[in-house]
Design a protein. Structure first.
Length: 661
């Protein structure tokens, strides 16, 4: 007998999840509004609520360890040096962007700073001495970081928020864009270790409330374009601070409520190829004017070679936009089931289930649970009805990632294989936007979360085992993953809101073998943003995609990292370049750090039917489609809804929600 179709199963699953989530939410809300202060401590048990989804890692010995090396490597960075004044822009935080800007093979760090209170009409013009300036740290041989801010010419003093590295002028070195509450800034890398401000001459001026930014070649012409997420039309009215509202047992100022302010449309700066840009967001259909946008990520969800876009919005529907391949996008948010109305902040794109399509983890505000949206594109091959082209299922609770986040506010995040066991682990930086009840100048700290992917238990939270810094709550916002010392273990740089930055060296032991890939191109899009690598090790295929900016106000390094466990050989490496050309390499010894350079062919032909044609080709099992994963042709054409579609990699056995303002 044929099992129930996916739509039926989805309805049943969501009914169960929503019912359970509602019970938990009611219990937490009741306790936080009417209970004692201890009842709302993040991570504390709530009396009367049975945590049936918790995966306790206390009895497991996890190999993941970190060492705080901040002082040892020479990083001295303090964020937001002035007292907060209960104004929304001051509390949204800043990020950290990791990239090798000087092409010496070692990843450098740019820390974004919020210079001072927005009630101060003027900032100190002495940028070299200003305590709230942004800072660029050059990585010196993987042993230490050197503050080169002044020498490099990036001593930005602003109410700065996010940053992203991308080579917009195709001269093979990375340029830098910085967003702010106020004017954004584009720095052109001159290739000699210095930068110049080209914001005005490039046409990249934007004085709105900029948050996350992310580079991609969305039109595949070889020139990087930039999407900027704009938040709200915040109005500086000091008298509004006296207006309050009650949220979760504390009085909160009106000036901290994003719903009190109108959303602002986002910008898509299309690269003209001559050093200038044009904002075409409205024409492209991705301005998202009703969204209070904080982050965005370019991800090829449909496996057709064209970068799609996900936009994380606060107290408004998220955006899911499919690239049509003609310079415009389809808004498929409602039908995708991944555009729900919550308070969304951070984005972690990944193929977490190794079925060769891209999934998403989204961090949320308190009492809303983080979401793990599993992309069902590949699974459509096993659905005889084939009723949808792109849709997602939230599996956060099934994977142990939902309920644990109910009493926290999540920000920067990413999936990272810290112990190189060929299974992606997960880190999340947390910190409240609620003020402490006994000190309104301080925000409530939250503990970070670190999930080790256990071979039989799945995601298990082990932050306290990993490092003392992870066992202490703090007000987190931005963070970036990078292998700063090139030892094959991924490290972390964390920006503490209103505190000192932290550099955590990965000392996990034992740690398995690994393959690290740096992809480059000649002829455009020099850092191959949007390229994919398919790695086959011991018969298992895994996939990763090069991107420039996602997470929350932050950027991880461009290098693709694959853990390999005890295996010593990559059977096959297949690279799908952004122009659609593929190349294959076999029998690569491990561990290994490799760079491949491709002679790109741009522009890729633009066609209004490009996305539809590619999707039709995939459904027919056409192996000539530019993004057909290695096993898709084998999966197409199944007549029953069986586990045959999951034969690439078995899934572990192991759910969704609204920010009330």
């Amino acid at each position: 007998m044929r099992p129930a179709n996916k739509r039926h199963r989805l309805l049943i699953t969501w009914t169960i999840r929503c019912g359970f989530a509602t019970l938990v939410l009611v219990a937490i809300t009741f306790a936080s509004r009417y209970g004692s202060e201890s009842a709302v401590l993040p991570g504390a048990e709530v009396e009367g609520v049975t945590n049936i989804l918790k995966r306790d890692g206390d009895d497991l010995v996890a190999p993941i360890r970190f060492q705080d090396v901040t002082a040892a490597v020479g990083v001295e960075f303090h964020h937001f040096p002035e007292p907060r004044r209960s104004m929304l822009p001051e509390d949204m935080g800043s990020g950290v962007a990791a990239a090798d800007y000087d092409n010496d093979g070692f990843t450098d760090l740019f820390f974004v700073n919020f210079a001072g209170s927005i009630l101060n009409p003027l900032l100190d013009t002495d940028t070299q001495a200003h305590p709230g300036r942004c800072r660029l740290y050059r990585n010196v041989g993987g042993e230490r970081f050197e503050d080169v801010t002044a020498a490099a010419g990036v001593s930005l003093v602003a109410h700065a928020m996010g940053a992203a590295w991308g080579d917009y002028d195709n001269d093979d070195d990375l340029d830098l864009y910085v967003t702010a509450f106020g004017p954004n800034t584009l720095y052109q890398n001159l290739g000699d270790g210095t930068f110049r401000d080209v914001t005005d001459s490039s046409g990249m001026q934007d004085t709105r409330f900029g948050a996350g930014c992310t580079w991609a070649d969305y039109d595949r012409d070889g020139n990087l374009d930039l999407y900027v997420s704009n938040y709200v039309d915040f109005i500086r009215r000091p008298d509004d601070r006296s207006r309050t509202q009650r949220q979760y047992s504390t009085e909160q100022p009106y000036t901290l409520n994003p719903s009190a302010y109108l959303p602002q449309p986002n910008a898509l700066f299309r690269n003209n190829g001559d050093g200038t840009f044009e904002n075409v967001a409205s024409f492209a259909g991705i301005a998202d004017p009703q969204g209070r946008s904080l982050s965005a990520a370019w991800v090829d969800f449909s496996n057709d070679g064209w970068p799609d876009l996900y936009v994380a919005n606060d107290v408004s529907n998220n955006g899911v936009f499919l690239n049509r391949g003609d310079g415009t996008f389809d808004d498929v948010g409602p039908s995708s089931l991944a555009a729900d109305y919550r308070g969304a902040m951070g984005i972690a794109p990944v193929d977490f289930d190794d079925d060769l399509d891209m999934d998403l983890l989204i961090t949320h505000w308190i009492a809303q649970e983080n979401a793990l949206f599993r992309n069902m594109t590949i699974d459509e091959f096993a659905d005889p009805d084939r009723e949808s082209r792109l849709w997602f299922m939230d599996e956060a609770d099934q994977r142990g990632l939902g309920q644990i986040s109910l009493d926290m506010v999540g920000w920067a995040t990413a999936f990272t294989d810290f112990d190189n066991d060929a299974r992606a682990d997960l880190w999340l930086i947390n910190g409240s936007t609620l003020e402490q009840s006994d000190d309104h100048a301080q925000l409530v700290p939250h503990p970070p979360l670190l999930f080790w992917y256990h071979p039989t238990e799945g995601f298990v939270e082990i932050a306290k085992q990993a490092n003392e810094r992870f066992s202490e709550p703090f007000v987190g916002r931005g963070a970036a993953a990078l292998d700063y010392n090139r030892d094959g273990r991924i490290d972390l740089a964390v920006l503490v809101h209103g505190g000192d930055a932290v550099v955590l060296k990965n000392t996990s032991d034992p740690a398995g073998n690994y393959l690290r890939l740096d992809l480059r191109q000649r002829g455009g899009n020099t850092h191959a943003i949007g390229a994919r690598a398919y790695v086959t090790i011991a018969g298992k295929i895994r996939m990763a995609e090069v991107r420039a900016g996602a997470s929350y106000l932050s950027q991880d390094e461009h290098t693709l990292h694959f853990g390999a466990g005890s295996d010593v050989t990559v059977d096959e490496l297949r690279i799908v370049w952004p122009d659609g050309i593929e190349e294959t390499h076999n029998n690569i010894t491990l561990p290994n750090n490799l760079r491949f350079t491709h002679d790109a062919r741009y522009p890729v032909p633009r066609n209004s039917e490009a996305r539809g044609a590619a999707a039709d080709g995939l459904q027919a099992g056409d192996p000539t489609s530019p993004r057909v994963p290695p096993t898709v042709a084998k999966l197409a054409g199944h007549e029953d809804n069986t586990d045959a579609a999951y034969s690439v990699s078995p899934r572990p056995s192991t759910a969704p929600k609204g920010r009330s303002q």
